[in-house]
Design a protein around this ligand. Structure first.
Ligand SMILES: Cc1cc2nc3c(=O)[nH]c(=O)nc-3n(C[C@H](O)[C@H](O)[C@H](O)COP(=O)(O)O)c2cc1C
Length: 171
């Protein structure tokens, strides 16, 4: 699947809007993700308004791409589904990667903007969106058509792969 190999973080966007149909395709791809015991603990906020994106860019010192983004998705866990510590984050990561890949397939750039486990950033989002206690924000994803073409980084490293036991390198 080329989109997996072509995806790279995109932080600068062209001014074009992304249609609601394309946004829905990205959301639907997210919902195809696996989750522990099929709990699907995700809750998402889609932010499209320019002023709201500008405000959201203050959620973290590293969230400036939101200022130029076409839209953003705040990825949150509904902890009332809670299974055990550590499952929510895995489920949300699976959902998020699906959305990044679908966006790439549609020619839309994206970047994952970290919030969790930074307490200040979590609290900022909880306050900003007046989230109830059982809803925990984990990160924000910024989307938009890329301002310029970008090549993905080559991260393939066979030295990190072990066969049958740790330390065995050769096939
Ligand atoms: C959990 C997580 C948090 C991240 N936080 C940020 C962030 O706050 N700001 C940002 O610009 N990029 C952020 N990134 C994007 C990474 O910097 C990027 O994925 C990494 O440099 C690899 O580059 P690539 O996505 O182009 O392959 C984050 C990625 C992950 C998975």
């Amino acid at each position: 699947m080329n989109a997996i190999y072509e995806r790279t973080s995109v932080r600068q966007y062209a001014p074009e809007k992304v249609s609601d149909q394309e946004i829905e395709k990205i959301l639907k791809a997210g919902f195809c993700a696996p989750s522990a015991v099929n709990k699907q603990p995700w809750q998402l906020i889609v932010v499209k308004e320019k002023d709201n994106l500008e405000q959201l860019s203050h959620c973290s010192p590293y969230a400036l791409p939101l200022k130029e983004a076409a839209f953003a998705i705040v990825v949150m866990a509904d902890t009332s589904h809670h299974l055990a510590d550590g499952y929510d984050i895995q489920d949300l990561a699976a959902l998020t990667e699906n959305m990044l890949i679908e966006a790439e397939d549609l020619g839309i750039g994206s970047v994952w903007l970290g919030i969790y486990p930074e307490k200040e950033r979590i609290e900022w989002l909880k306050k900003h969106f007046e989230l109830p206690d059982h809803i925990v924000p984990y990160w924000v994803v910024s989307f938009g058509y890329p301002l310029h073409e970008q090549k993905p980084k080559d991260k393939w490293d066979p030295a990190k792969i072990h066969y049958e036991t740790y330390g065995e390198k050769a096939i």
